[in-house]
Design a binder for this molecule. Structure first.
Ligand code: PMP
Length: 438
């Protein structure tokens, strides 16, 4: 124990000396991971954790199909997209078969979700000759200058571009509004009107169809239809940021936008696409993509290389072979049933919502007020870590537990999670009462 604490201190100190201050660690007592397998992570002490946070290793940590595909391709060839190679074509064929068949699609590959969104914004601006972008109030879309300027989740230090308008996310729980689709469309219409009043032409609405960093707000299927109409009537494009909901995570459909029955102009892919290999993509309607590509080349040194494509192919193959989309739907439902049972015992658990293996749990002050309680949420996250469950928070008030395990998370893991949440909330509430009383 002492040795482990000493090692943790040493690594933390070395980080402070070597790495830029932009890096943030999770947990008051940071976790030092050395190994991962499926839905489990292991620390330097050999302790097993249930991973509720990593939708990047979406099939599961160190998935053998991905490890094998990457290793074999790495032993053969890895180079860029200026030579002919089958892998990128075979993968694209396969990927595009998951897109709405009524449109003609084109794909570009890069390494991060940020790059995919950055290019999507540039393509949208080229196609519409507009600069104006609308995003949600706690969105996160990336690290580049363009994408961070539409990422209010970065906090007050991040300037939002003057051509960007932020709209409140469609949160039925907090607003109490039943017809959230119409309400959301009205918010976006007002933002478009404001852009117009400032002589800014609309280029795109960019949204994560799960509104994950806005607090996990999947809503009912189809509720985004009115907002799509509003944007199109005003000459704008829709960019669906599928970095979070994509690749079967929602269980209902392969893509988050497909749950809502609309066809985006541009779709960005990331995190789960390569199960941990840095692979991302932009898929767009052919005429929209041409507005950019007719004028400008796009070359990404590592994007679309055969090793990355091998990883991405193994991911698609495994999702299909193991029916992971159905698995996500089924186990996600079981998870929320179990968590709702826990919530029934704690008035500070205000809402349990989600779709597939993506769940948000609201921590509130008491049952009546729905007042967000970020402090309690943080205490619960710390307590969960002691129970061997790793997760974090989301939402504008930082009070929503964000549960998105690798899809390897199974029905056999639900009890561990539910028991850990029950104990963690109990402990947090008891400690708070004790502090208030002392
Ligand atoms: N979009 C969304 C919705 C994201 O959640 C993220 C990453 N958290 C990104 C884009 C950026 O992806 P990356 O970190 O790979 O650049």
């Amino acid at each position: 124990r002492d040795q482990l604490a000493q090692q943790t201190r040493e690594l933390t100190d070395r980080r402070a000396q070597l790495l830029a201050g932009s890096y943030r660690l999770f947990y008051r007592e940071p976790v030092h991971l050395v190994r991962g397998q499926g839905q489990y992570l292991y620390d330097a002490d050999g302790r097993q954790y249930l991973d509720l946070y990593n939708n990047v290793a979406s099939l599961g940590h160190c998935h053998p199909a991905v490890v094998q595909a990457v290793t074999e391709q790495m032993q053969q060839l890895n180079t860029h997209t200026r030579y002919l190679h089958e892998r990128i074509l075979d993968y694209t064929d396969d990927l595009l078969s998951t897109f709405p068949a009524e449109k003609d699609w084109r794909a570009v590959y890069m390494c991060t979700g940020s790059e995919a969104n950055d290019l999507a914004l540039r393509v949208a601006q080229a196609h519409t000759s507009g600069e104006g972008v609308i995003a949600t109030a706690e969105a996160y879309h990336g690290t580049s200058a363009l994408t961070s300027a539409v990422s209010p989740a970065l906090g007050s230090g991040q300037p939002i571009a003057p051509t960007v308008r932020l709209v409140p996310a469609p949160d039925t729980y907090r607003t109490g509004i039943a017809d959230i689709g119409t309400w959301f469309a009205n918010q976006v219409q007002s933002a478009i009107d404001d852009l117009r009043a400032h002589n800014v032409r609309l280029s795109a609405l960019i949204l994560d169809p799960l509104f994950s960093s806005d607090g996990v707000l999947p809503g009912t299927p189809g509720f985004l239809a009115p907002v799509v109409d509003v944007v199109r009537r005003n000459g704008g494009l829709i960019i669906a940021d599928e970095v979070q909901p994509g690749f079967g995570r929602t269980g209902e459909r392969f893509w988050g936008f497909a749950r809502h029955g609309f066809v985006p102009d541009l779709v960005t892919l990331g995190k789960p696409m390569g199960n941990g290999m840095p692979v991302s993509g932009l898929v767009g309607q052919a005429d929209v993509m041409a507005s950019f590509s007719d004028r400008l080349p796009y070359f990404n040194t590592f994007g679309g290389n055969p090793v990355s494509m091998a990883a991405a192919q193994a991911v698609l193959d495994t999702i299909r072979a193991d029916n992971l989309q159905e698995h996500s739907l089924h186990v996600g439902e079981l998870t929320r049933q179990a968590l709702r049972d826990v919530a029934a015992r704690h008035e500070v658990l205000g809402d349990v919502r989600g779709v597939g293996l993506y769940t948000g749990v609201e921590l509130i002050e008491d049952a009546d007020g729905r007042v967000p309680d970020a402090g309690l949420a943080l205490d619960v996250v710390e307590n969960l870590r002691r129970q061997g469950v790793l997760t974090s928070t989301a939402g504008p008030d930082g009070n929503v537990l964000k549960l998105r395990p690798p899809l390897a998370f199974s029905s056999g893991n639900v009890d561990w999670l539910a028991g850990a949440l029950d104990a963690s909330v109990h402990e947090a509430v008891t400690n708070r009462r004790a502090r208030a009383g002392s």
